[in-house]
Design a protein around this ligand. Sequence first.
Ligand code: 3HC
Length: 703
Amino acid sequence: MPRDDKTGPVGYDVRDGVAVLTLDAPPVNALSAALRAALRAALARANADPAVRAVVVTGAGKLFSAGADITEFGKPARDPALPEVLAAIEASAKPVVAAVTGAALGGGCELTLACHARVAGRRASFGLPEVRLGLIPGAGGTQRLPRLIGPVAAFETMLSGRSLDAGAAKTAGLAEAVADDPLPRACALARDLAAAGTWPVTSAHPVAADAGTRAALSRATEEAMRRHGALSNTAALIRATEAALALPFAEGLALERAEFAALISSPQARALRHVFFAERQAAKVPGLDAATPTRPVARVAVIGAGTMGGGIATAFANAGIAVTLIETSDELLSRGIERIRAGYATSVRRGSVSENSAEAALAQISGAVGLQAVAGADLVIEAAFEDMAVKRAIFAEIGRAAGPGAILATNTSYLDVDEIAAASGRAGDVLGLHFFSPANVMRLLEVVRGGATRPEVLATAMALAKRIGKLAVVSGVGFGFIGNRMLAARTRAAERLLLAGNPPGRIDAAVTGFGFRMGSFAMTDLAGLDIGWRARKAFGGFAPVADRLAEMGRLGQKTGRGFYLYPEGARTGTADPEVADLAMTLGRELGIAPETLDAAAMTERLFLPMVNEAARILDEGIAARASDIDLVWINGYGWPVWTGGPMAWADDIGLRTVVAKLDAQARQLNLPELAPAPLLRRLAAEGRGFAGFDAERRAEGRA
Ligand code: 3HC
C-alpha cells in the first residue's frame, strides 16, 4: 500500500517498494536545518521500513534544490550538518537514486552526488555556484565531482559556477539517464540496484590522476589564479581539488570542510552574500507587486543603429525577441546592420557563440528607415544622439506613430526623462532604459521611472530585463541617474589628483589596485573623451584636463591619443609625459597645491566623494535602497564585487570614519561640496550604516 505522509519539509511516500523522499520547502527547497533533519529522519525511516527496498530523492516545485540555506550563513551552525546527512545517504543500506526534476545547485547538487545514481529530467541542471558566494562547495562537492567527471572538468565547473544541463550531465558521466519523467525512471533504477544488491558509491570511485590529467589541471589552476587570484576562494578551490587527487576521500573531505569554514566568515563571502540578497531585493519595486499586470512584448523597435542601438538590438535578438532597427537613411541602416553582423562573426570566431545561434539571432533583426516603422512594435527604445531637442522631436513623432499600449523608452544616460516623456503626449507609457556599453554584454540596466510612468509599464520593463538576462535597477529621474551621477564625482576627484601632480598612470594603478579591471582614465580613453566633454559643455562639471585634451583632438583610443598614447592601434595605453605636464600647468593656473599621494590615500580621495553623492541620491529617493547603488556600480562600472559595492565598502569602513575623512577632505581642499551629506552625518551620528538604512526602509514598506 502506498503511504503518503507530508508532515515536514520532506515528503515520504512508498511506491512499490521504493520510498520517495520529496524535498518540499518552497520557494527553492533550500537545505535548511529543518529540511536536513527531516531528510535524515526520512532516510532512517526508509532504511528501517521492511516494505522498502530502495529510496528515491526528488524535489517538489520548479527546482530540485538551490542548496544550502544562505540565510543560515554567518549564524551559529545547526545540526545536522549537510555533510553528515550526505554521508548517511551514501552509506545507506538501501540504494538511493536522485530524480532530478529541475536545477540542483550547490548543496542540492552535492546531495545528488552522494546518491548512488542520478536520473535527470529534461529541465534538470547540475551546478556548484558556491564560488559566487565567496565559498567553495562544502558538502563533498570538491571530492565527489572529480571522482564522477574527472578533476579538470570538475575544477572548471566549480570555478565557473555554471550549470550543466541534462544532456551535458549525461555526457559528462554525472547523470546515468535523462528522462521526460525522471521519477518513475529513478524508481525503476533504484529497484534494479536493490535487486542487483550492489551499487556505485561515489566516494569509492578512483580519481583520474595520470600525468596528462595532472598537467591539464595545473594549467587550469594557473589560469584561475591569474584571472581570479584576488578572490581568496580561488586558492582554496585549487587546494581542495588537488586534495581529491592526492588524499583519501575522508581526508579530502576534512580539508574541504576546513577551507569552507574559513571562507564562510570571510569579509569577501559576507560581501558576496550581500550582493546575492541585493539582487533579489532589486527586483522588488516599491509600488509594484505580483498583481501588477504586464504588457506583452513580442517585437521591439530600436531607434538608432550606432554602437549603442546595435548592442541593444543584439541583446534582444539573443533572447529570441524580434527587433526592428530604425535609421534615418539606407546607408546608416546598412552600416549599423553590418556592424552587428561583424560582431556576431567575431563571437563565432572566438567560440563564445555557435554559428547556429548567431544565425538564429541575426534572423530576428530587420531594418527600416523612418520613425513610422515603430508602428508594429510593443516596445520602442530610442538610442539616438544625446540631445534634448533631438529626443523631444523623436518622442513627439513616435508618441503618434506607435500603437496603443506600446511602451516608449529612452536610452539617455543623463537627460530628464520627464521632459522627454512630456513630448510624447503619452507620458504614462514612457520610461528610461539606460543600457551600458556594450549593451549586449553589460549586465546592468538602469530602469528610469518617470513621474508619470504607469506601474504596468515599469513592471513590463522589469520582466523584460530578466528575459534578456539583465540585472535591472530602478532609478528615479535626476541628472545622470544613479551610476553616472556618481561617476561624475569620481571624475572630479580624479581630475583634482591629476591637477595636483599625480600622473594618470599612478591614479589608475590605485583604481586597479583596489580591484577595478580598468583605471578611470583608461576607461575614459576607451569610451572617448568627446562624450564627457559634450556632457560637461551642456550640463557643467569639472574636468579641465579632459576638456583640454578633447579640444586638442585627443579623444582617446579612437584617435590614438587621449590620457595615454595608443601607437598603431594598441589597446593598452602608454604614459605620455605631455599629459602630466599639461595637468601640472593647468593645476598651477587653478591654484591647486601640488601633493603626491600613495595608492591608499588616492583611493579615499576617489571613492569617498562617490559614497557622499550616493547618500544624496538615496536621500532624494532617486535610489530606493543603498544595495541598489551597490549593484549599479558592480554591474555597470566594474566596482570589485568582493567588496560588496561602494555602500557596503563604506559600511565596512564605518560611517563615522567616512564622515571624518570627508570633513577632512573638504577642509584640506577647500571644497564645501565634499562635506558629508546630511543623511551620511545622520547615520554616522546614530552609529548605523547603509545596511541599517535599507532595513529600516524595508520595514516601513518603502523599499
Ligand atoms: N538559500 C536561501 N534562500 C534562497 C536560496 C538559498 N540557497 N536560493 C534562493 N533563495 C531565495 C531568494 O532569496 C528568494 O527569496 P525572496 O523571495 O525572499 O527574495 C527566493 O528564494 C527566490 O529566489 P530567486 O528570486 O533568486 O528565484 P529565481 O527563480 O530567479 O532563481 C535560483 C532561483 C537559480 C535558485 C537562485 O535563487 C539562486 O541562484 N540561488 C542560489 C543558489 C546557490 O548559490 N546555491 C549554493 C548555496 S551555498 C551551498 O550550497 C553550500 C554548500 O556547498 C554546503
